[in-house]
Design a protein around this ligand. Structure first.
Ligand SMILES: [Zn+2]
Length: 333
């Protein structure tokens, strides 16, 4: 891919500089795979157990997942029960990753993570991402537990997106990191892979987690992805537990469950967050000031209001400035 393995490249933007500390791995060796779907490989233990998928690059420029999956391949990980599939989703976008223009390769035609309904997948529309999703769908239909590894545009602490269901929250608690578990209904403009089919059915034993590991290109995101992978694998029971434990470091904080309640839409270009607030800031009291929107105060509608992925730069009228949620549960220890 022609990425430089030694230099750190600094990208300057409006009011911040984001370093690309991570190097996108060469995944060409995984193209053939053994599933009939490019870049997907299944290891079958031959013993009963669930089918687990560790999935990277649902968004092409979120490379921490690709680094983790590449490491799992290189260490020769095999399941001791059930099946383990390792894969790279939006490879067309990923292969265009350019550390000098890292924002441009989230997708090619459309967001791969907004097409996961039977209606869209069975529909007549065509795009690079829809073709890829359609090719992956038969495999996804056989997956019991999905870990979809992501990262975020702006600097932000890691969050586990577990969907709207209690089973997702329970799974995220078992994984045990990160501190913030975010329960949400997804996005109005399409359905995520983690909400597809049985993952989004409360009656199904299938389950999925979407790990947002940190800022796209920071080393900390790669470290978080690796810890998340091993904690996830440990909970599925398909890998050697001693091996899993050898990779896992202790959790740093008790987990908090945040239920997303609203997407706050900006009404103006003059949307100013209260100085000092950032992603995962907790506003302790109802009425605490989140922002001014053209001078109009925007306040927390309840106690313990958490800001999730605020758009601290380039807020646009009519678009989400920040999602907010309420802390509903904390696990001690
Ligand atoms: Zn993503």
């Amino acid at each position: 891919m022609g990425t430089n393995t030694t230099d750190t490249i600094t990208i300057m933007s409006m009011d911040t500089s984001i370093k690309v500390e991570l190097t996108a791995p060469d995944i060409s060796a995984y193209r053939a795979g053994n599933t009939g779907i490019d870049y997907f490989t299944t290891f079958d233990s031959g013993k009963p157990g669930p089918h687990v998928l560790i999935n990277a690059v649902t968004h092409g420029n979120e490379i921490c997942g690709a680094i983790a999956v590449d490491r799992l391949f290189k260490m020769g990980l095999r399941p001791t029960s059930g099946k383990l599939t390792l894969g790279f989703a939006n490879v067309d976008a990923f292969l265009r990753f350019d550390p000098e223009e890292p924002h441009k390769t989230r997708f090619v035609d459309e967001d791969f993570n907004r097409v996961w309904t039977p209606e869209t997948l069975d529909g007549l529309r065509d795009s690079v991402e829809l073709r890829r999703a359609r090719s992956m769908r038969p495999l996804i239909d056989t997956v019991d537990f999905l870990l979809d590894i992501h990262s975020m545009h702006d600097p932000h602490g890691p969050v586990m997106i577990c969907g709207p269901l209690e089973k997702g929250i329970r799974f995220a608690r078992k994984v045990g990191i990160p501190e913030f578990i975010v329960s949400d209904k997804g996005h109005a403009n399409g359905t995520r892979m983690r909400d597809y089919g049985g993952f989004g059915d409360p009656a199904s034993p299938k389950n999925a987690l979407l790990a947002e590991c940190g800022q796209h290109w920071e080393q900390a995101a790669a470290d978080e992805a690796w810890q998340t992978v091993w904690r996830f694998l440990r909970e599925t029971g398909i890998v050697d537990q001693t091996l899993a434990e050898s990779q896992i470091t202790p959790a740093q904080a008790a987990q908090k469950v945040v239920k997303v309640t609203d997407a706050l839409i900006a009404n103006s270009l003059d949307y100013r967050f209260t100085p000092g607030l950032h992603g995962l800031s907790v506003l302790p009291r109802k009425g605490d000031l989140i922002a001014h929107d053209a001078g109009v105060p925007v306040v927390a509608p309840y106690d313990n209001c958490v800001l999730i992925m605020p758009t601290l730069r380039h807020v646009k009228p009519g678009l989400t400035a920040v999602r907010i949620g309420q802390i509903v549960g904390q696990i001690v220890g």
